[in-house]
Design a protein around this ligand. Structure first.
Ligand code: ARG
Length: 458
């Protein structure tokens, strides 16, 4: 592959009295791509040649011989000589290499290191929404990159399968389960029951009490409650797997929050030992004010039931012991920034090696918005991800029929292009900024004009 820096240095060395190795050290990458891909500052030469940096830059520009196949344009801005590389050629070259080299870009820099990437983590009996699509795609991309670089990589799906809401869902199912055919669109129907039971709970405290009892029974592994809850899980996983299959997403471990339910007691004990666990209005909390976090981390609610944060802490302990990880990445939306700040801080009180607590990283990402505005369940603007992926395939198929009607394997190619376009749209958008989902951009094959943002982590 062309080494642009070397090429530029070589050509400059023919004009100024400096060897090319020396010159190469001065060539910079401009921060703003508007100023080219490489820049050569002429300030040092100015001192030696007793001329202004700008006029030196102008002189070099006038004399330099640059192969137009490699460098598209040379410009003088201030005392800099800016070089714009011929991207078309570079792209072709890279694509050719990827195509022809057995393992393009592969390395072993990660050998001996273990990285956990946690991604997707949808909630049982709730829709897999477009935010879950982002964590799934970003997380899997990170997983693939780390694996390719030789890291021992573990992809985990931390399913949201536990919490007091399941007490309500069980009650809803007991009351109305037989009204619904759960063989079709089960998640929509479970959601419907959930809305109904919530309304009923507001009207009738006895129902609310029964919901709480159901959750307690579930915690105590009551066979009937466990059976219903397992049914929710099975039905949800069938739906989630349809999405994972379309996207070819895999996990090394699928462990829901429920897996940690019987591992939380140890966390409480460790926190008690640290002396930082406090009582506050009957709940157990860790105050984090001195760590610059104004909201305390709630560990246990007044009624003694374990909560999200506590289960996450138990998961950290478990992962440290099971995988001895060097890094554990959580690909979760930025709405949970505070949650992760809190649990990463509280994790330091568990008495585990600093290696683990230093390795915890929240890879947050922005929201996805439809062109028409935010998605809302109430207004019916929530997109079903399976439908969205299928629509992308259909749209790709239509485009192929118009542009290349004689193409063989149309179906297969439409699937690759349609799914690939959704993945590319996600990965090429700025990770932190909110993303707008627009079919006209996603399936625009007229060249890629956006800046590609690398998924920069830490
Ligand atoms: N299930 C959660 C949600 O959908 C995300 C879980 C993120 N992971 C974690 N370890 N807390 O919002």
């Amino acid at each position: 592959m062309i080494d642009f820096k070397q090429e530029i240095a070589e050509q400059i060395s023919k004009i100024v009295n400096m060897n090319k190795e020396e010159l190469e050290k001065y060539i910079e990458k401009p921060k703003d791509l508007k100023n080219g891909d490489y820049a050569f500052p002429c300030f040092r030469l100015a001192k030696e040649l007793k001329k202004s940096p700008t006029s030196i830059a102008e002189d070099i520009k006038n004399q330099i011989h640059i192969d137009e196949d490699i460098i598209e344009k040379v410009d003088v801005v201030g005392g800099y000589l800016n070089f714009y590389i011929q991207k078309d050629k570079l792209t072709k070259e890279v694509v050719f290499k990827i195509d022809n080299e057995e393992e393009y870009g592969k390395s072993r820099i990660g050998e001996g290191k273990t990285i956990i990437v946690e991604y997707s983590a949808p909630n049982i009996a709730k829709p897999f929404h477009i935010g879950h699509l982002r964590t799934t795609l970003i997380g899997r991309a990170l997983y693939n990159v780390y694996k390719y670089l030789g890291y021992n990589t573990i992809g985990i799906n931390h399913l949201g399968d536990y919490g007091t809401q399941f007490g309500k869902m069980i009650e809803g199912y007991k009351l109305w389960g037989n009204e619904y055919n759960l063989d079709e669109n089960p998640i929509e129907k479970l959601m419907d029951m959930y809305v109904r039971i919530n309304t009923l709970c507001k009207e009738d405290v006895e129902v609310l009490e029964r919901c709480r009892d159901n959750f307690k029974l579930l915690e105590q592994k009551d066979p009937y409650c466990v059976e219903i809850w397992e049914k929710f899980k099975t039905l949800s996983m069938i739906e989630f797997n349809k999405i994972y299959d379309l996207l070819n997403i895999k996990f090394d471990s699928i462990k829901g929050e429920s897996f940690y339910a019987d591992k939380t007691q140890e966390v409480i004990e460790l926190l008690e030992k640290s002396g930082k666990l406090q009582e506050s209005n009957g709940a157990k909390i860790v105050d984090l004010e001195d760590k610059g976090i104004n909201t305390p981390c709630i560990i246990e609610k007044t009624n003694g039931s374990s909560i999200y944060a506590l289960r996450d802490l138990a998961a950290i302990l478990y992962r440290a012991r099971t995988y001895d990880f060097d890094k554990c990445l959580y690909v979760v939306a930025y709405e949970q920034n505070l949650h992760f700040k809190q649990i990463f801080e509280v994790a330091k009180l568990l008495g585990i090696d600093e290696k683990y607590t230093n390795g915890l990283k929240h890879v947050s990402y922005g929201m996805v918005r439809l062109l028409t505005g935010k998605m809302s369940t109430r207004e019916g603007t929530v997109v079903k991800i399976e439908d969205l992926l299928k629509e992308s395939i259909d749209r790709a198929k239509k485009i192929i029929s118009e542009k290349n009607p004689d193409l063989q394997d149309k179906e297969e190619i439409a699937k690759k292009v349609g799914i690939g376009a959704v993945i590319f749209n996600d990965l090429s958008s700025d990770r932190i900024k909110d993303e707008i989902f627009d079919w006209n951009i996603i399936l625009n094959f007229q060249g890629e004009t956006r800046t590609i943002y690398p998924i920069y982590i830490c």
